[in-house]
Design a binder for this molecule. Structure first.
Ligand code: F6P
Length: 483
């Protein structure tokens, strides 16, 4: 099969430049998903310039794509797009996060928030749409001499971009993957109808829209029917919009098992392991997350508190390591969440700790190698997100864990559709159930633990990110895209 160039477009790119010339890998599931594709195909990845140094690089390359060596290996062709800083701030810190993120994860406490005022409507118009326009222009420049180009758009930051590309290039094939949940129709009623229409018309300019799970796909189809009054075929996953058919599909994202295993063999990981094993108690509970409200960190600590209260025989014998990467800290809700996390940890540690035992060890940093060292040695992995698009930690942890560790997994994560059978499923709001699951996991007999752990690994290794991309490319071909 002849493979033409592909154009990826997302807010966060594969790399970001730091103040001391360092190149860091972009965080989050989106980058993890696409990084393989970007290094093995002829791909140009168009992304927002997110740091001052990104902007400098964009300027130095006169806004053209340039090659960059990724810190984890591999080379990418990236085109970083600098937007006006005020527009970008409104785009990222008001509209994308929290507004859309909170809608799609059911995080708004509706009797209190959000208030939609001029600040928010202007953030949509002059922030969200402005950045979508900047990125659309940057993509269109690249498509100038390319016939029937294939553009793969990613995530909730870019819902209005596809309509801009469709308008300028009706011959383009547009594929959009949404990495987060698609929530049910009523949650979208928070948005003024003008915004909602623009968002839905924007995303429906795509030829194919992909989600991690069948349930997000169903929610999206229902939204198109209920909120946009469109003709929808729920069975076939087709929305009729204007004079086109839009396919809506589920493509659950796998992890690259060999890549995470390679990280697990690194020397720096070994040093973290030594330190961890030196302090290890009988049992280790672990969570690794972005410090995001959707991850349900506070209830996780409350459940641990209840567990220690109800099972004092475990005191001094168990440690809970929480490695949380501070995220979106310019959004007040996130900054406040971090403060609440620290406060709850202090309370639980004060209530149960002793001079030489700290029940919860909080690590507020983004360090993949440190996290992987802990993955190798946990007895229990806690993934209790309220709602989560996929959750790759639920897949990475079991892949490198060496103790036949058990997984506690929220039934509202995308990963649960695949892994639920071998995990201890929890309702993320039920603190007592979570506390009971900690106890069940720590007292499970070896045979059962290993059976579950092997079950998890066999599902996790059944597919890889290459298969995920191939499934999408196959649908693109099926629908007539030249790729
Ligand atoms: O993978 C889900 C996701 O929301 C991505 O869209 C995003 O890039 C990532 O998590 C991390 O969030 P942020 O880009 O805001 O740091």
């Amino acid at each position: 099969m002849a493979e033409g160039p592909l154009y990826l477009v997302s807010n966060r790119g594969p790399v970001t430049f730091g103040p001391n010339g360092e190149i860091r890998r972009g965080t989050g599931g989106l980058v993890t998903a696409l990084i393989g594709l970007a290094s093995y195909r002829d791909v140009t990845w168009v992304a927002s310039a997110m740091t001052d140094e990104d902007v400098e690089h964009a300027e130095r390359n006169q806004g053209r794509p340039f090659a960059v060596e990724a810190p984890e290996g591999g080379e990418y062709r990236v085109k970083l797009v600098a937007s006006d800083s005020d527009a970008y701030d409104r785009f990222y810190n008001i509209m994308a996060n929290p507004m859309l993120w909170f809608i799609q994860h059911y995080l708004w406490d509706l009797s209190n928030a959000p208030d939609i005022r001029r600040n928010e409507t202007e953030a949509f118009e002059f922030g969200y749409n402005a950045v979508n326009e900047d990125l659309a222009r940057a993509v269109l420049d690249e498509l100038e001499d390319v016939e029937n180009p294939v553009v793969m758009v990613h995530d909730y930051h870019l819902y209005t971009l596809p309509a801009l590309i469709r308008h300028a290039r009706p011959d383009a094939f547009l594929h959009h993957f949404v990495h987060i949940p698609w929530s049910q129709p009523d949650s979208w009623r928070v948005l003024p109808s003008m915004m909602r229409r623009e968002i839905y018309s924007g995303i429906l300019a795509n030829d194919i829209i992909g989600f991690h799970t069948r349930s997000y796909r169903r929610n999206f189809l229902q939204c198109c029917r209920d909120l946009m009054d469109l003709d929808v075929d729920m069975e076939r996953g087709v929305v009729h919009f204007e004079d086109r058919e839009v396919w809506v599909r589920a493509y659950p994202l796998p992890i690259d098992a060999s890549a995470i295993q390679a990280v697990a063999r690194r020397e720096r990981v070994r040093r973290f392991e030594e330190e961890l094993l030196g302090r290890r108690r009988d049992h280790l509970i672990l969570r690794v997350d972005r410090a995001d409200l959707s991850k349900n960190v506070l209830r996780g600590f409350s459940a641990f508190d209840v567990f220690l209260e109800q099972h004092p025989e475990f005191r001094e014998r168990v440690t809970f390591i929480a490695q949380l990467m501070p995220s979106r800290t310019d959004v007040p809700e996130y900054a406040e969440y971090l403060e609440r996390i620290e406060a709850v940890v202090a309370v639980v540690n004060h209530r149960h700790g002793s001079p030489d035992w700290m029940p919860i060890q909080l690590k507020l940093r983004d360090d993949l190698e440190e996290a992987v060292a802990a993955y190798k040695h946990y007895d229990v992995l806690m993934v209790n997100a309220m709602f989560d698009g996929m959750n790759l930690v639920a897949k990475e942890g079991p892949m490198v864990n060496e103790r036949g560790g058990a997984s506690i997994l929220s039934e509202n994560t995308g990963a649960h559709e695949e892994l639920g059978e071998y995990a201890l499923s929890v309702n993320p709001f039920d603190i007592q159930e979570l506390a009971d699951s900690i106890h069940a996991a720590l007292t499970m007999d070896d045979e059962e633990r290993h059976r579950r752990h092997e079950g998890l690994k066999s599902i996790i290794t059944a597919r890889n990110p290459g298969d995920w991309v191939d499934d999408q490319l196959a649908d693109i071909r099926r629908k007539g895209g030249v790729e």
